[in-house]
Design a protein around this ligand. Sequence first.
Ligand SMILES: C[S@@+](CC[C@H](N)C(=O)[O-])C[C@H]1O[C@@H](n2cnc3c(N)ncnc32)[C@H](O)[C@@H]1O
Length: 199
Amino acid sequence: MTDAERHQAWEARYGASAMWTGKVNAHLKEWIGSHPDMSPGTAIDLACGEGGDAIWLATRGWHVTGVDFARAAMVRATAAAEARGVEATWVVADLTTWVAEISADLVTVSFLHEPEHVRAAVWRSAARAVAEGGTLLITGHAPDVAGAPGPPAEMRFTAEEVVSALGAPWRADVREARRDGIGRHAGHVVIDLIMTLTR
Ligand SMILES: C[S@@+](CC[C@H](N)C(=O)[O-])C[C@H]1O[C@@H](n2cnc3c(N)ncnc32)[C@H](O)[C@@H]1O
């Protein structure tokens, strides 16, 4: 599949029906919970899909921007934010070429399982958008989990790949966590890779 075909495929999926639960992902929620003294700041959620994470941050007082190349996803995110009565900025953009016009205290990229050249470009875009002293939170399905539900092996990534794509001066705190699958993965145990990057 070419990059253009993958874009079309995402548009078609979001155009056909809601894809995700609309709820915040557990690792973002946990990261926020582990910083009880932190005041809400600015956040950018890259490849935000239908905006569940961005909307949750907005409900907690963050000034949030969600970016995704699927226009149909941004339409769903806009409607979901309106329904929750929160404000967020939604941007339709291809993140392999996107250049942040703002920097943010927290930049997230969650469950982006695309070919290596795409994900590396998106991580670099994400890193450039992190404000001085800010945090980049990258989560995904853990690599090398034979038989686990989720993306195929070639769309999964390791912590080493992320660190190598970003280079110095990024420092990574890396862990894996098991959780009960939700949505299409309900009934399975899913293992996630969680990376907190600072510089
Ligand atoms: C598996 S979904 C994850 C959505 C959301 N982050 C979540 O955790 O629910 C991956 C998202 O990446 C987006 N995406 C893939 N490649 C992209 C690109 N080059 N630029 C912008 N968005 C992209 C897709 O449209 C899709 O919404």
